[in-house]
Design a protein around this ligand. Structure first.
Ligand code: NBG
Length: 812
């Protein structure tokens, strides 16, 4: 038998009997229990292993195909992955759903019971992390050889509890009961240095020796990422920090100094303890930079190890490797690759720089200047002394290039420098990311345009061809097939097949069904049914959802002003013909972001007040399901009628929730921001509720002397809503929120209020014509095909990565 790459492996059977056999054997031999004493958790773990085995078999064929091809690889570096629950997805992708349902029944459980135990890895925070998960899904679906690298945080983003006091945070110990989807890979462990000093290397100008002051181990594990409708199974490799052997002080332990004995190990392990440690202290900020370097250092060494399995020397490295930097968090990789090449592998600086620049590409996910990361030079100097030297040299050579192109323009040099001057010198990571990469992309058309015109304008002048757009996308498998199975079945029936699941433009075929009375009726019945299952309000009311992180630029405060205005209108005319609405908010606020937490608290307060009001409550209900995550999103999105995408134009880079909602037949009320613009262009202006100013008007408003008070004075309804907050009716939190709106209103909430109200009235009028509404809903789904992450990956592959798929042969 030839054991390499599993050739000659006994095949896992395909019949119900085989599956049941494997399940039992896993129960006995891997879980170590018996049918009689198996708990639900035993059954869950065993089922997960049985499904995982089937993917692992495909994984071994994938690895064999990749090894034989020696292809160009995509490496995706990301601080976050919001993978979502794994069991249901992996049942679907391995085609074992029915076998599994029967097999667990024989053990006395239902699949639904076991799915309840499948905790999602909360290794991300918002859109950026979920995007990473959709992209790795589509990379595998498109047969592109790829690895996603990230950190295996012990604690994900916090678990949110909502009370009338607002949000409180609890640790999210997601892997407390273990994670059956993960394979440890201790052989690929890496060693990472921090602190210390550098020493010259005799005979070399550019090489240095870095002597770190602290050594930490990075232990990898990986999770399988199957493609849909294909054989490829890629991986996401996650690093966990460990103290080295030397970090345990046995002599102190023996002397009873238990805490001191492990303090160094604890310090090391803290690196992968939590996602985004609070950065309001210097220590917290340093820990974040440490995390970033830890991820980068482990991953780059792993990438080089993989490269060397099939290649020699460095000539081929940039041809065989593309590393995508997901935002600035992994940007230190540019300096680290230079360090590895120059210091450790003795490559000449120019050659190393040419390799580095051709290897990396950078995706920027923001326009908010405060979200473009910078690190104090003194912190860098202490933590990563060699990297700072390298960045200085990169910067010097870069500024020479700028000077040659734009002679005598010191202002431009100052603006473009990787080192920002000012009261505190700081390393500008976005600048490093632009200088050290071959391609830079924004995540929606408007965003990419504004990047070129504003934040990265000088760089776009210098290197216009470097700047590209790749509009974000979402996985239709997770967000329709798994989240909305009944709609998915109806679409499959309507289109005469399920080919749309990996060719989403096929949805356009639904257009002709938008006038088919029986199709429309079923469409509507499914939406209603999804509302019944969500169980937050009257299923016949208009379900109006705003689900996303809490941030002032996203303007949940505008939505709450609308709620207050409706409250006043209904109170003033209790017998009016009001369209009943269930307004649903969900999302987390950063623990240290007080203004955002105030908005959550205000929503809870207003919601409670309305619930007590017997005049208003028949028409208006505000709900806030707590702990928004992928699993909850999958329940809310299929039930939504109206999708709130109301950020101030020019602030939301793309949005991806907007795409998920449109794809599930919710109609958007939104500004001309991010991907809203592209959604509207595709679904049609008549199937989209537009309001508010555009990005250029918004950018000018403050400069032109914007005054929130002028809007307050001019608009009676707005004034009444704000007065209800100001006079303490909704407690101190209402006063604070109103205060901040009237004081500065950074995000022009009051300026867009009237336009928003008018458009909401239009929403109500449209809702009364249910046939029209349903037609709009169907057309939203029909024309959302562009927003598949499969298309996003095709764009990256063709325009940024220049990679080809490597199909994996089917089992014979
Ligand atoms: C977010 C943007 C969203 C965008 C996602 C994914 C960050 C820094 N940015 O608009 O705010 O959809 O990235 O690109 O998390």
């Amino acid at each position: 038998m030839d054991l390499r790459q599993g050739i000659g492996l006994r095949k896992l059977g395909k019949t119900a009997d085989d599956f049941q056999q494997d399940l039992l054997s896993n129960l006995f031999y891997r879980r170590g229990t018996t049918v009689e004493s198996a708990s639900a958790r035993d059954a869950y773990e065993t089922l997960s292993l049985t499904v995982r085995d089937r993917l692992a078999e495909r994984r071994s064929r994938t690895a064999a195909a990749h090894f034989a091809t020696n292809p160009r690889w995509v490496y995706y570096l990301s601080a976050e992955y919001l993978l979502g629950a794994q069991l249901e997805q992996n049942l679907l992708y391995s085609g074992t759903g029915e076998l599994a349902a029967d097999a667990v029944k024989a053990l006395g459980f239902t699949l639904e019971d076991l799915e309840e135990l499948d905790i999602e890895p909360g290794l991300g925070n918002g859109g950026l992390g979920r995007l990473a998960a959709c992209l790795v899904d589509s990379l595998a679906t498109r047969d592109i050889p790829a690895v996603g690298y990230g950190i295996r945080y012990d604690f994900g983003i916090f678990r949110q509890i909502i009370t009338e006091e607002g949000q409180t945070e609890r640790p999210d110990d997601w892997a407390f009961q273990g994670n059956p989807w993960e394979f440890p890979a201790p052989d690929d462990r890496q060693t990472v240095g921090f602190y210390g000093h550098t020493e010259p290397v005799p005979g070399s100008q550019t090489r240095k020796r870095w002597v770190p002051g602290e050594i930490v181990l990075g232990e990898p594990s990986h999770m399988l990422v199957p493609g849909y409708g294909t054989e490829t199974v890629n991986i996401v490799r996650l690093w966990r920090a460990r103290g080295s052997e030397a970090s345990f002080d046995l002599s102190r332990f023996s002397a009873g100094q238990y805490a001191e004995a492990v303090q160094e190990a604890v310090r090391a392990e803290n690196i992968s303890k939590v996602l985004y440690p609070d950065d309001s202290t210097e220590l917290g900020r340093e820990l974040r930079l440490k995390q970033q370097y830890f991820l980068v250092s482990c991953s780059l060494r792993d990438i080089i190890r993989r490269f060397r399995l099939r290649n020699e020397g460095w000539a081929q490295f940039a041809d065989k490797t593309v590393i995508q930097l997901n935002d600035t968090h992994p940007t230190i990789a540019i300096a680290e690759l230079m360090r590895l090449l120059v210091d450790e592998y003795e490559v000449e600086w120019e050659e190393a720089w040419s390799i580095t620049r051709r290897t990396f590409a950078y995706t920027c996910h923001t326009l908010l200047p405060e979200a473009l990361e910078t690190w104090p030079v003194h912190m860098f100097e202490r933590l990563l002394p060699r990297h700072l030297e390298i960045i200085y040299l990169i910067n010097m050579l870069f500024l020479r290039e700028v000077e040659a192109r734009f002679p005598g323009d010191p202002d431009r040099l100052r603006r473009m420098s990787i080192i920002g001057e000012g009261p505190e010198r700081r390393v500008r990571m976005a600048h490093l990311a632009v200088v050290g990469t071959e391609a830079v992309n924004g995540v929606a058309e408007l965003h990419s345009k504004l990047l070129r015109e504003t934040v990265l304008n000088d760089f776009a002048d210098l290197w216009p061809a470097k700047f590209q757009n790749v509009t974000n996308g979402i996985s239709p498998r997770r967000f329709v097939r798994l989240a909305n199975p009944r709609l998915s079945d109806l679409i499959t029936e309507g289109l005469g097949g399920d080919g749309w699941l990996n060719d989403l433009e096929q949805l356009a075929g639904l257009e002709s069904l938008a006038d088919d009375a029986s199709f429309v009726e079923r469409w509507r019945a499914i939406k209603r049914d999804n509302k019944v299952r969500l169980a937050v309000g009257d299923p016949d009311s208009l379900t109006d959802v705003m689900i996303k992180r809490f941030h002032e630029y996203k303007r949940q405060q505008l939505k709450i002003l609308h709620v207050l205005a409706m409250y006043h209108r209904i109170r003033a005319d209790p017998s009016g013909d009001w369209v009943p609405r269930t307004v649903l908010f969900a999302g987390k606020a950063a623990p240290a972001y007080h203004a955002a937490k105030d908005i959550i608290r205000l929503i809870a307060t207003v919601g409670a007040r309305i619930a007590e009001d017997s005049v208003v409550s028949p028409y208006l209900k505000v709900v806030f399901p707590e702990n928004y995550n992928v699993t909850l999103a999958e329940r809310i999105i299929p039930a939504a009628d109206l999708s709130e995408q109301i950020s101030l134009a020019g602030k939301e880079a793309s949005g991806t929730g907007n795409m998920k909602l449109a794809l599930n037949g919710a109609i958007t009320i939104g500004t001309l921001d991010g991907a809203n613009i592209e959604i509207r262009a595709r679904v049609g202006a008549e199937n989209f509720f537009l309001f508010g100013m555009d990005a250029y008007q918004a950018a000018n408003a403050h400069r032109q002397g914007y005054s929130p008070w002028a809007y307050y004075e001019a608009d009676g309804e707005l004034r009444a809503a704000l007065d209800a907050l100001r006079d303490g009716t909704f407690g101190e939190v209402g006063q604070r929120v109103a205060g901040s709106l009237l004081d500065r209103d950074e995000y022009l909430t009051l300026a867009d209020f009237r336009s928003y109200m008018e458009t909401q009235d239009e929403v109500d009028r449209t809702w009364r014509d249910q046939n029209r509404w349903s037609r709009m809903s169907i057309l939203n789904t029909a024309h959302s095909g562009f927003f598949s992450s499969d298309r996003t990956i095709a764009d990256y592959a063709a325009r940024i990565w220049r990679v080809e798929p490597v199909p994996v042969p089917r089992e014979d």
